[in-house]
Design a protein around this ligand. Structure first.
Ligand SMILES: Cc1ncc(COP(=O)(O)O)c(C=O)c1O
Length: 404
């Protein structure tokens, strides 16, 4: 019997094919990633870890029989991700998502009630970085560092807040920040602020920029951070999932925090797809892709600036940027623009902007990313043309709203 669901999957396939995808956290995976995801590996239970690891980290083994093949896949997946980031950090490839990776990373080094210093959701951080509505804000005490009046990370505020709050962990990483994050500078601040020979843990959540780090167009956090988490489905162009890297001495804590700490059986079909994505991310073609994502983003952002739009921080150095509509089109909310563009076959998302006065469901900005359409081969000229199409839709909508 053909399931009803396949009709909807076909509808979604057509929707994706016939729209311009500018959601900064989305991408189009390869057929091979899809093949691995949709395989018999989904049938396999494999709680635990392969008994022997290529990097010598001792692991107890699995709780189920029949894991001979999945052990090899998981081992290979770990080795490949170390190759992608040219690192000897220990890697755990089991987190089901970016949020799960963060949950386990915190659990590895923190106790409930410990203090995390991170970037606020309104300034570009992520829910799992300490939002009151999220587990991270309920289990831990969170304080936030600010951005300056132009939207840039205020590194001096990081130092100030470390002295004021003595956090146990400082987190760098964002969901909506268009500039290079200076990991070396943050590490230097942490070293300087260490009290009694003890500095806070330094964690980087590179979920958004991981593909750019892999492609050599964003500085790497490896060698600086104690723990690095990421998703595999954004600029890395892999399956939906998470990874945790850590200094080798934290391997036992991180592994224990993933399983049995916060998860049960790993998704071996996803781990296989992560391995395929890692193979792809090791290629010269991927480096070229990462470079084009950034070039295309810069070209599109410049086109908006030329048309008089207000871009948070005045530009971009990565795969995304934010338009602050409150400065140019105060009648419009991010939600209104998102919905209208949806009707015109352009997909993006509403986003809070620094100093946001509206609720996150309305928001005053929109976030625009170039990772997905660069995968489809769009050029800088194509992105500039899309910017002009978006402008035409926004101007028309603004006129309609003004006329009531
Ligand atoms: C910086 C950052 N960390 C974590 C996540 C969470 O990832 P997931 O949606 O896989 O839980 C996101 C998702 O957007 C993110 O942007």
């Amino acid at each position: 019997m053909e399931s009803k669901v396949f009709e909807w999957i076909e509808q979604e396939r057509q929707r994706q094919e016939n729209t311009i995808e500018l959601i900064a956290s989305e991408n189009f995976t390869s057929d091979n990633v899809m093949r691995a995801m949709g395989s018999c590996l989904t049938n396999k239970y494999s709680e635990g870890y392969p008994a022997y690891r290529h990097d010598g980290v001792g692991r107890k083994g699995r709780y189920y029989g029949g894991c001979q093949v999945v052990d090899r896949i998981e081992e290979y997946c770990c080795a490949k991700w170390q190759e992608v980031f040219q690192t000897d950090y220990h890697v755990n490839v089991q987190p089901h998502s970016g949020s799960q990776a963060n949950l386990a990373a915190y659990q590895a080094v923190l106790k409930p009630g410990d203090t995390i210093l991170a970037m606020d959701l309104n300034n570009g951080g992520h829910l799992s970085h300490g939002s009151a509505a999220n587990f991270s804000g309920k289990i831990y005490h969170t304080v936030f560092y600010d951005v300056d009046e132009n939207g840039f990370i205020d590194y001096d505020d990081i130092a100030r807040k470390i002295r004021q709050y003595h956090p146990d962990l400082v987190l760098a990483g964002a969901s909506a920040y268009s500039r290079i994050i200076d990991f070396a500078r943050i590490r230097e601040i942490l070293d300087k602020c260490a009290t009694g020979g003890r500095r806070p843990w330094f964690m980087v959540d590179m979920a958004h920029i991981a593909g750019l780090v892999a492609g050599g167009v964003h500085p790497s956090p490896f060698g600086l951070a104690d723990i690095v988490t990421t998703t595999t489905h954004k600029t890395l162009r892999g399956p939906r999932g998470g990874l945790i890297f850590c200094r080798p001495e934290l391997a036992g804590k991180v592994d224990g925090a993933v399983f049995p700490g916060t998860q049960g059986g790993p998704l071996q079909h996803v781990i296989a797809a992560k391995a395929v994505a890692a193979e792809e991310a090791c290629t010269p073609a991927f480096r070229d892709y990462a470079r084009r994502v950034v070039e295309n983003c810069d070209a599109m952002c410049r086109e908006f600036l030329k048309m008089g739009y207000h871009v948070v921080t005045g530009g971009t150095e990565n795969h995304l940027f934010l338009l602050d509509l409150s400065r140019t089109h105060p009648r419009l909310t991010g939600a209104m623009v998102q919905e209208e563009l949806d009707r015109h076959g352009i997909t993006l998302n509403k986003n809070c902007v620094p100093g946001e006065k509206r609720s996150p469901m309305e928001a005053s900005g929109v976030r625009i990313g170039t990772a997905a359409e660069t995968t489809r081969g769009k050029t800088a000229e194509d992105f500039a043309a899309i910017a002009r199409r978006i402008d035409a839709v926004i101007r028309e909508l603004d006129k309609k709203v003004a006329e009531g």
